[in-house]
Design a protein around this ligand. Structure first.
Ligand SMILES: Nc1ncnc2c1ncn2[C@@H]1O[C@H](COP(=O)(O)OP(=O)(O)O)[C@@H](O)[C@H]1O
Ligand code: SF4
Ligand SMILES: [Mg+2]
Length: 336
């Protein structure tokens, strides 16, 4: 196993209390696979990947759980030597990995020389190779980030992340805010790179259609917890958790626009005071009295995990979830 995240708990201390941004999340990244970490904004995805690398913000700390990389437990004390060389990160905004005052080439050379201990001439040659790898022309190495389009900046950020041949790439919303054509081109590039370099990858996205397009496995996060996970084909064709059913209705397919989009009303809870019981209950069309207290058990069948009290009725709920009326705010679809 390339990476295993076990019962991870990440707390942020704020003036108004402790936000449990990741609250008992477990998932694995098998070698050579692309795992999609998906959920709406505020569900703890960025926190989870930053915690894996041991680079949380000042007020964040790991309050529990383990992260195991290639068989070794890692935490903020021992990840530093692994960064770039073993685990690389494409941050949520490509602009935040590129400095506006240096040429893109100079920044890649800097990573190669400073982090990789490579000589300048070798670094220059390598940066050309890297640009070629991500589909950018070598002569664009002399340009500044503002001379790049959004898609090109993402490609440059990916090139930089790959500079020292990592085995695990963590990409945080790398195609968000790009138009669909460019999204697809970049996802295709990531897929090609993954195969060519036998990378393992975590693709963080709020867009389940990106997962459908690119990923092998999916981990659905809601309010700091993993509520469903498993092989992409299985989970997206037969989701068992109502949140995943809702997400599937809420995003356009990257390959067709035939479907009517149905939003999930409301937003994820404040993680300083999450609701008791199932955290999705305030928005779930299938909520029942038992859902709002206690612990919701997760059931795993054939590697497909779901944490919903009504798991035994998943087939019926899935059919009901296809009807847009189910998701109207007023309907309280308490099937029995
Ligand atoms: N530095 C921080 N201090 C306090 N709370 C934070 C901080 N960073 C993120 N959070 C909170 O943690 C939760 C998860 O955020 P984040 O990991 O960014 O989610 P996502 O990437 O899924 O949008 C949110 O409720 C967010 O407000
Ligand atoms: S049916 Fe209950 S447990 Fe399942 S997602 Fe809805 S509120 Fe949560
Ligand atoms: Mg994020």
């Amino acid at each position: 196993m390339m990476l295993s995240v076990e019962d991870l708990q990440i707390h942020y201390t704020t003036r108004d209390g402790v936000a449990r941004a990741v609250d008992g999340a477990s998932f694995v990244v098998p070698e050579g696979k692309i795992v999609g970490l998906v959920g709406e904004s505020g569900c703890g995805k960025t926190t989870a990947v930053r915690a894996i690398m041991g680079v949380l913000s000042e007020n964040g700390r790991r309050a529990g759980g383990r992260v195991v990389f290639k068989g070794q437990p890692i935490d903020e004390k021992n990840t530093r030597p692994l960064l770039w060389r073993e685990i690389a990160y494409v941050p949520q905004s490509a602009m935040s990995s590129l400095d506006p005052v240096y040429t893109v080439g100079a920044q890649i050379v800097e990573v190669l020389t400073k982090r990789g201990g490579i000589s300048r001439p070798a670094a220059k040659a390598r940066s050309g190779e890297l640009f070629d790898l991500v589909g950018l022309s070598e002569r664009r190495l002399r340009d500044y980030p503002h001379q790049f389009s959004g898609g090109m900046r993402q490609r440059a950020a990916i090139a930089m992340a790959l500079a020292l041949n990592p085995s695990l790439l963590l990409a945080d919303e790398p195609v968000t805010a790009l138009d669909v054509i460019v999204q697809r081109q970049i996802l295709d590039t990531l897929r090609t790179l993954q195969k060519r370099l036998s990378l393992s990858m975590v693709m963080v996205t709020h867009d389940i259609s990106v997962v459908a397009y690119l990923c092998d496995e999916v981990v659905v996060m809601y309010a700091g917890q993993v509520i469903e996970s498993g092989p992409v084909r299985e989970v997206l064709s037969r989701p068992r958790h109502p949140y995943t059913m809702g997400l599937r209705n809420a995003f356009p397919d990257l390959l067709s626009d035939a479907m009517e989009l149905v939003p999930i009303h409301g937003s994820p809870p404040d993680l300083r005071e999450p609701p008791a019981g199932c955290r999705f209950a305030p928005r779930c069309p299938f909520v029942q009295p038992g859902c709002t207290s206690g612990t919701i058990p997760a059931a795993v069948r054939d590697g497909h995990l779901s944490a919903c009290l009504r798991d035994s009725e998943a087939d019926a709920l899935r059919t009901a979830a296809l009807d847009p009326a189910t998701w109207q705010r007023s309907s309280n679809f308490a099937m029995s």
